[in-house]
Design a protein around this ligand. Structure first.
Ligand code: SME
Length: 143
């Protein structure tokens, strides 16, 4: 309901809802893929402002998901070589791809201040949310 009636603003509300309701979600946001520039562009998000509004494919956890198209769960971000730090408080990260008509058009990114917080249920929930958001056809890049 929030999603279908409010477009992009609705997605920001979804991010806020997830962050507020799930204690170990401390930053929640979407990135959309721009295949022409090979750069992920930030979409709606909730949590601290980030300077990582554009992430080249391949860089960081998000950029790796842009290339692989596969969910990437990181229990300990400090154990990763290819990681872009947004907040020094972040310990874990989960990135789930958003698909539309079989191709990956973006992703949802969750940062957690807790170590090893994510379960399979998080992956299912976030993938369902990605499906809902993809169906709204809000990517600025004409996927
Ligand atoms: N940590 C991400 C960068 C995005 S911020 O977490 C919002 C990464 O390594 O790709």
């Amino acid at each position: 309901e929030i999603l279908s009636t409010n477009g992009t603003k609705g997605i920001t509300e979804v991010c806020e809802l997830l962050m507020n309701e799930i204690e170990y979600y401390n930053w929640v946001g979407f990135y959309f893929m721009n295949d022409e520039t090979q750069i992920l562009e930030i979409g709606p998000y909730a949590g601290a402002e980030t300077e990582h509004t554009r992430i080249p494919y391949g860089k960081g956890i998000c950029g790796q998901v842009a290339v692989s198209g596969e969910t990437f769960k990181v229990d300990d971000v400090y154990a990763q070589d290819n990681y872009i730090a947004c907040s020094i408080e972040t310990k874990a990260e989960l990135v789930v791809p958003m698909k539309r008509n079989g191709s990956v058009i973006g992703q949802i990114d969750i940062d957690s201040h807790h170590a090893t917080p994510f379960t399979d249920e998080d992956e299912v929930l976030l993938s369902q949310i990605c499906d809902l958001v993809a169906a709204l056809d809000l990517s600025p890049f004409g996927h």
